[in-house]
Design a protein around this ligand. Structure first.
Ligand SMILES: C[S@@+](CC[C@H](N)C(=O)[O-])C[C@H]1O[C@@H](n2cnc3c(N)ncnc32)[C@H](O)[C@@H]1O
Length: 274
């Protein structure tokens, strides 16, 4: 049975307010497919009944489950590869030079999903261990969704997951096989700390960052939300800092605040100090 417009509208507004996710009528199927497991698990008779419960009772836990279910958690190790090549050959060497006295690098993965992105950075930094000897390195990985953070903290991946993007020699070097799963080594795990952070909320307490990975999340936001998030990220960037966007994301509307750098000019952005 088709969902009533009133219920759909309620879910669209809820998701926009809670996570910034913008959906329209063409994405109705997403509401249906992603909320059906909650309906089954929580014993509702339909998605409409779930919607009505949320409309009339402020059930924080249930609302969070709906938000979690609607997030797209697609990710992979060394996703898109090219940004990681540029990070290693161009961005990190420049930051190492700029921060030679301080010897401290802080990297933030702002929507880290199940951990493949921050662990890829950890592996890359581990490969540069000699150049980074004596440096204090921190990778802070955050996401709105507790279930994905839980998986990320455990750091265990299926064969399918490790086969997506991870070079075979890194699988041998940085993972231990256990009960049919692949577990990340402590040498990489200890570089990464995971926290729950909603990008719509105030994240200023995270402190100054040298690199912010903000990949494949802005595409879900409207223009105003995207600008607000990027503006607040800009405030956290160190003078020599960079923000990295996803392959299909652009700075549309923010060109006066950031400039594309690196050999491609469209992966890493530096803030313009105005
Ligand atoms: C498509 S994944 C991207 C993962 C990784 N950055 C990558 O590019 O492979 C998007 C992630 O953003 C998270 N997310 C959605 N809305 C968010 C919000 N308002 N604040 C923080 N994270 C959010 C989702 O839970 C999901 O894990």
């Amino acid at each position: 049975m088709a969902l009533k417009l009133e219920i759909l509208d309620y879910f669209y507004k809820l998701l926009r307010k809670e996570s910034g996710l913008v959906l329209d009528a063409s994405k109705q199927y997403l509401i249906e497919t992603r909320l059906e497991p909650i309906v089954m698990h929580e014993g509702f008779t339909s998605i409409e009944a779930l919607g009505r419960k949320l409309m009339h009772n402020d059930d924080t836990l249930l609302r969070q489950k709906v938000v979690d279910a609607m997030t797209t958690n697609e990710t992979s190790f060394f996703r898109d590869q090219k940004p990681f090549d540029i990070l290693k050959s161009e961005i990190l060497p420049e930051i190492l030079k700029a921060k030679e006295d301080e010897k401290r690098i802080r990297i933030w993965c702002a929507a880290s999903s199940t951990g493949q992105e921050p662990y890829s950075i950890g592996i890359l930094l581990n490969e540069m261990a000699r150049a980074l000897r004596g440096w204090d390195i921190e990778i802070i990985a955050t996401d709105i969704s507790e279930p994905v953070l839980k998986k990320a903290r455990i750091g265990m991946y299926s064969l399918y997951e490790v086969q997506r993007g991870l070079p075979p020699h890194y699988l041998d070097k940085y993972f231990e096989k256990s009960n049919g799963m692949w577990c990340i080594h402590d040498a990489v795990r200890k570089l990464v700390s995971f926290r729950k952070i909603n990008l719509l909320s105030d994240f200023g307490a995270l402190g100054t960052m040298d690199i912010i990975f903000c990949r494949n999340i802005l595409i879900y936001f409207d223009k105003e939300t995207k600008e607000r998030v990027l503006d607040r990220m800009r405030n956290l960037l160190s003078p020599s800092g960079y923000v990295l966007l996803g392959a299909s994301e652009t700075l549309l509307g923010m060109e006066s605040k950031f400039v594309g750098v690196g050999s491609t000019g469209r992966h890493f952005y530096k803030k313009i100090n105005n």
